[in-house]
Design a protein around this ligand. Sequence first.
Ligand SMILES: [Zn+2]
Length: 286
Amino acid sequence: MKKTIALWAALTAVALLVTGCSAQQPGAEGPGAAPAPARTTAPAVEPPAGDEAPGAPGGTAAAYRKWGLKPFAAPPAPPAVKPVLRGAGGQVPVISEIPTTEKIVFITIDDGAEKDPEFVTMMKDLRVPVTMFLTDSAIRGDYAYFAPLVAQGHGLANHTLTHPDLRTLSQDAQRREICGQRTKLKDRYGTAPRLFRPPYGNWNEATRAAAAECGVDAIVLWRESMQIKNMQYQRGDRKLHPGDIVLAHFRGPSELKGRTMTEMTATMLRRIQEQGFTVARLEDYV
Ligand SMILES: [Zn+2]
C-alpha cells in the first residue's frame, strides 16, 4: 500500500512537470508564464475530508431527479499527495487545470452577487463540491447567505475586496485587496481562504508575490466558463479535459436572460455529465 502511494506520488510529480506549461492562462503576461517547479520533497499527507464535506457528489437519485438530473458517478479517491503544491522558495503556482488522467472536473463559482436561497437547497440536495471565490463588495449586503454553503463543506476562496483589474495596481495595493479579503472571510466564516482567483483572470508577477504574502497556496484560473446555456471553451476542440477547472458565477435572472441560478447550475452539471465527467473537490488536489 505504502509502495503504491509512493509510486503514485512519483507519477504525479512527473505529470505536474509535463503539464505545468499548459496549466497557464493563455495571454498571461510576464515571467509568470513560466511553470512553477514541482516540489520534490514529500509533503505531509492530508487527512481525509470529514463526512460533512461534499468531497464526492453524494446526493440520492431522488434528490437528483428533483432537479431534473441523474446522479454523478463517484469520483476517484482524492490523491494521498496533492498534485499542485507551492514551488520551491514558496512560489505560488498559477493553474487552470489539475494534472490528472481521471475524468473529473472542478466547479468554481465567482463573485457572490446573486443570493438565491434555492441554490443553497440544491447544493444540499446534490452534494456536488464547489469552490466559491467571493468578493467582499459583492457579498457584503448579505454575508449570512454564504454561511450554510460553507457549513456544507464547499470551498471558500478569495476573489479580492473590490474586484479590480490587479494589473493596474501596485504590489502594495494588490496585497491590500488580497490580504484584506482573506481577513474578512476568516473573520466572517471562521476559515482562512487558501486559494485565490484574480478578477478577470488578470494577474502579473506582483500578484504572485502579493498572494504569497497573503498565505495563498495557488492562483486558480479556469479552462471553461459556464454562460447562460452553454459552456465557453478555451481549447479549440470545445470539450472538457481531465482536471479542467470550470468557472461559473453567482448570477440570477437579470444576468441570465430570465433563468435562475439553479437552472444555470443544472445545465452546467448536465454539460459535465453528458461528456462522461464527474465533479471532484478542488481543495483535495491543491
Ligand atoms: Zn469575478
